[in-house]
Design a protein around this ligand. Structure first.
Ligand code: NIG
Ligand code: FE
Length: 412
């Protein structure tokens, strides 16, 4: 048992049974000032107001196990990053120079750079080496406060290499106390040596084996990549094998990706840098969660998603890092949260909901994590003294973490 006492602000309290926060509800996560919280067997067992860490039975509960004095620091739910590509080989720094010289993401891809460059690097890298390289990034994001994350394949682009990626993602899930979910993104780009049509057929053939290792299926449904028709065929095949869609839509163009995702009951539709009111209408009344990735808007100079319009329309919104070597080489969810405030005009509390409970919902794990709720996994961040939620977004590069807990395990 661990008891944290003298918590200045315990932030992100949500009643049990609430799986996602929509629209105005995103501003409603609870805050308790001057609080304590108890962790046992990896779970949040209880919390309350100081003094006296009395539990419901009235007995002092801090006489067993260890006590951590928060000295006025804040405790908040750990981040849930529902969209990453952090399993990759090598780096794409060379393309970064091309980008600085003025080439667009599409121009770099058209020159054989981009995703195909990563696929070549990954092909030459052994499975063990890929695991080791990826674990460096996993450890990095855990130390930065992420305790649940999704990782996609999509730099294999041929059967053996896609499966290699999915096995590495599974291995990561077994190696760390964070919750890890795997997504099969065979349709990330057309693999070398295939025509567009023959590659779509190859993706369809990969699905049965991929479904043994993956939780979700994704398609890069965008201009220059895969069409709405390709997406529909791939998602239907995936659903036959129990893979719920989480798709890339509307990054480079108004692609129809949101609508095709909704039609296939996607868990989430992600990116959404370019949307109209038709996309908002298509999402209303559905179970599909819109996910925006402000790190790629920042890095590529794309428009930011219209977060305010989505939230004001009553939709839930999650924010994720998109950690990948081409469009968002950072998995820092605190920076994502800050961009949500600074560039997308979310309030700090709305942005917190977007990177915690709603991220967990977009990952299908919100019954287990994403909020301060009795019985949930103790996935928490304890800050240094003197921090508030607003300051996380305001002093957006100042180190703030004292301790990260993933399933009650102290990571830092
Ligand atoms: O989410 N948009 C597609 N895929 C990634 C980028 C992948 C890459 O450039 O390596 C993304 O931005
Ligand atoms: Fe992505």
């Amino acid at each position: 048992m661990i008891t944290i006492i003298n918590i200045g602000e315990l932030v992100g309290i949500v009643p049990s049974g609430v799986s996602v926060l929509k629209g105005a509800e995103m501003a409603s996560m609870g805050v308790l000032h001057d609080a304590w919280l108890q962790i046992e067997n990896g779970k949040i067992v209880d919390f309350g107001k100081m003094p006296g860490q009395a539990g419901h039975d009235g007995h002092p509960r801090h006489d067993r196990g260890s006590v951590i004095d928060a000295r006025g620091g804040m405790v908040l739910p750990a981040f849930c990053d529902s969209h990453t590509h952090l399993v990759y080989a090598g780096s794409r720094e060379g393309e970064f120079l091309d980008k600085l010289a003025g080439l667009s993401y599409e121009e770099i891809a058209a020159r054989g750079g981009g995703i195909l460059n990563s696929a070549d690097l990954l092909h030459e890298t052994s499975e063990d080496e890929l695991f080791e390289q990826s674990m460096v990034r996993v450890r990095e994001v855990l130390a930065k406060g992420t305790a649940a994350l999704e990782i996609k394949s999509g730099y294999g682009l041929r059967p053996a290499d896609e499966l290699k990626m999915l096995r590495v993602i599974r291995r990561i899930g077994a190696a760390v106390p964070a919750l890890v979910r795997a997504t099969f993104l065979g349709a990330h780009a057309v693999g070398r040596g295939y025509t567009h049509a023959s590659y779509v057929d190859e993706v369809l053939r990969m699905i049965p084996d991929a479904a043994e290792l993956a939780d979700f299926i994704d398609v890069f449904c965008d201009e220059g990549f895969f069409t709405v028709e390709d997406t529909s065929r791939i998602l239907e095949e995936g659903l036959k094998y129990g893979l719920r869609p989480k798709i890339h839509a509307n990054e480079l163009a108004v692609s129809g990706g949101v609508q095709v995702g909704v039609q296939h009951n996607a868990l989430s539709v992600d990116h959404l840098e370019r949307t109209t009111s038709a996309e908002i209408d298509a999402l209303k009344g559905t179970e599909t969660i819109p996910v925006m990735l402000p790190g790629s808007s920042f890095f590529l100079g794309l428009p930011y998603g219209r977060a305010r319009a989505f939230v004001d329309a009553g939709l839930p919104l999650a924010l994720a890092s998109d950690y990948n070597p081409g469009s968002s080489p950072s998995g820092d969810m605190r920076f994502v949260m800050a961009l949500g405030c600074i560039k997308m005009r979310l309030t700090p509390m709305e942005a917190l909901a977007a990177v915690t409970l709603n991220g967990a919902a977009a990952l299908g794990v919100s019954a287990q994590t994403g909020s301060v709720t009795r019985g949930k996994r103790a996935d928490l961040i304890l800050t240094q003294p003197g921090w508030s939620l607003t300051r996380l977004a305001y002093n957006f590069t100042t180190p703030f973490i004292r301790q990260v807990f993933a399933s009650g395990e102290q990571l830092k």
